[in-house]
Design a protein around this ligand. Structure first.
Ligand code: NAD
Length: 496
């Protein structure tokens, strides 16, 4: 059985005795093992990143960007292999993996603009013969800790930008599907990145805690569930590190009475069930305004869902794949059962679907639940499965209050033909990423990604302009070259 190791100082490291099985969620088979790094192994990776920093920091930004140009080409040349690795361990269908990879590549493209992104600000003659400028310097060794649901894209929200900004990096990917992440990192060496600039340690809490407490790590980017995000943010801060920790979500779509219902249904299908609902931007709640809209939505959804197919990653005719683990399948099924027990109506029941040839896979079929109310457990929690819940309200204000009252504030969307309503919604809603007739408003690489409330801990969002600020620190220099022979008098007043 293959054992997945670590990438430290440009070499694969396979020492260590703690391992965890990596499953193919479509078959339920443990096909590989991943090493779980010890504290010492993580310290080795940090030491390698620290040693690489002085030279990398002083490498001209244009040369750092050139590595990313080549890296982008390698990602494209090896896209099929990367998508296969994602499919085997995460379970997402090849077309969905290709979309994930493309969004990751766009972050590499953004990072290619490093010389422009790192330009400072300059003011001449801020005082007599005094010039002042601000520049953006790298932090040093920075760390990334990433979730299972986007093993290619989310790491690429982090390391391309961190590295072109002049930092060196230690990445701790999800131990559930580490192969595509590790493979991508290996391509960086082929792209010309010096050894030690990018390191990958696989592991669990022991590895994470080492990154959070080691004084050589200057900043931590985290993406994952909210309880862990909160822990990461508190621990990183307590250890004097800059931190951005992106957490979970419960994304609502408001369906207004005037919406183009067929369009809304098509958009909701992909946004609720794509990637088995295992997206932090998945739309998991549809809030129908008015009974007429609610009835039409549920009837049309039910009809459209009969055509959906769940299955293994390598059959492109499947719409979505299994969920990540057997335990997660049980958890998703448990939420469907609890909604039913608490009074909701399961209109389309995806529990325990039959998938020919994959009897032991972790499949949950597309599920539609009507009559959900805010008190229900299934409404409060992030289910992270292919489950769309319908809540019925009377007014748009009521729909917006529901969204604002929810602990999460990652993404949201309104389906409407009314520009005034859409503008009011986007202006007032307490959510970080808003779609207007756009179900998954994931910002492109040259904007920044982040939720509000308990979906993000920290000040700066991920990637884009905020990413550049996160991975650099501002230094402001004020300079005077006195003419020879001219001496300034002593002054005790504050310079003005
Ligand atoms: P997770 O929180 O279980 O794991 C994320 C990372 O944290 C992994 O690398 C894991 O090894 C590590 N980790 C887990 N438990 C830990 C602990 N006790 N101490 C230290 N480290 C620990 O998340 P997941 O299940 O891999 O991913 C799904 C979650 O991620 C969902 O909640 C989803 O909404 C969220 N997510 C959020 C975004 C976003 O941008 N807001 C994007 C993708 C995923």
């Amino acid at each position: 059985m293959t054992t997945i190791g670590h990438l430290i100082n440009g070499e694969m490291v396979t020492d260590g005795d703690r391992t965890q099985d990596v499953f193919n969620p479509a078959t339920g088979e443990a096909e590989k093992k991943v090493l779980l790094a010890s504290k010492q192994t993580v310290e080795q990776a940090i030491a390698s990143a620290e040693a690489a920093f002085p030279e990398w920091r002083n490498t001209p930004a244009i040369k750092r960007a050139r590595v990313m140009f080549r890296f982008k080409e390698l990602l494209e040349e090896n896209a099929d292999h990367i998508c296969k690795l994602i499919g085997q361990e995460h379970g997402k269908i090849s077309h969905d993996a290709a979309g994930e990879l493309q969004r990751g590549i766009e972050n590499v493209e953004f990072a290619c603009g490093a010389p422009q992104l790192l330009k400072g600000e300059h003011s001449r003659n801020v005082g007599p013969n005094i010039d002042s400028w601000s520049e953006f310097q790298p932090l040093g060794v920075v760390a990334g800790i990433t979730p299972f649901n986007f093993p290619a894209m989310v790491p690429m929200w982090m390391f391309p930008l961190a590295i072109v900004c002049g930092n060196t990096f230690v990445l701790k990917p999800s131990e559930r599907d580490p192969s595509s992440t590790l493979y991508i990192a290996q391509l960086l060496k082929e792209a010309g990145l010096p050894d030690g600039v990018m390191n990958v340690v696989n592991g669990d809490k022991e590895a994470v805690d080492t990154l959070l407490t080691d004084q050589r790590i200057k900043a931590v980017s985290f993406v994952g569930s909210t309880p862990i995000a909160e822990y990461i943010y508190a621990t990183a801060n307590a250890n004097g590190k800059r931190c951005q920790a992106l957490g979970g979500a419960k994304n609502h779509a408001i369906v207004m009475p005037d919406a183009d219902m067929d369009n809304a249904v098509n958009q909701l299908l992909g946004a609720a069930f794509g990637s088995s609902g295992e997206r932090c931007m998945a739309l998991s709640v549809a809030v129908a305004v008015g009974d007429e809209a609610g009835d039409a939505l549920v009837a049309k959804m039910q009809n459209a869902m009969t055509g959906l197919s769940v299955g293994a990653y390598d059959n492109a005719s499947n719409d979505f794949g299994p969920v990540i683990t057997c335990q997660h399948k049980d958890k998703v099924n448990g939420f469907i059962t609890s909604a039913e027990q608490q009074g909701a109506t399961v209109v389309v029941d995806g529990r325990n679907p039959k998938v020919a040839g994959y009897d032991n896979g972790y499949f949950v079929g597309a599920t539609l639940i009507d009559g959900v109310t805010p008190e229900m457990d299934s409404y409060k929690a992030e289910i992270f499965g292919p489950v769309l819940q319908v809540v019925r309200v009377k007014t748009m204000q009521e729909a917006m209050k529901l969204i604002d009252d929810h602990e999460y504030g990652n993404g949201t969307c309104i389906f409407t033909r009314d520009g005034e309503a859409a503008r009011y919604f986007s202006d007032h809603i307490q959510v970080g990423m808003v779609g207007i007739n756009v179900p998954l408003p994931v910002p492109v690489a040259y904007h920044s990604f982040g939720g509000w409330k308990r979906s993000l801990f920290g000040d700066l969002h991920a990637y884009g302009p905020d990413g550049v600020r996160f991975y650099t620190k501002r230094k402001t220099i004020t300079q005077r070259w006195p003419s020879s022979g001219v001496r300034e008098g002593v002054s005790f007043a504050f310079p003005s």
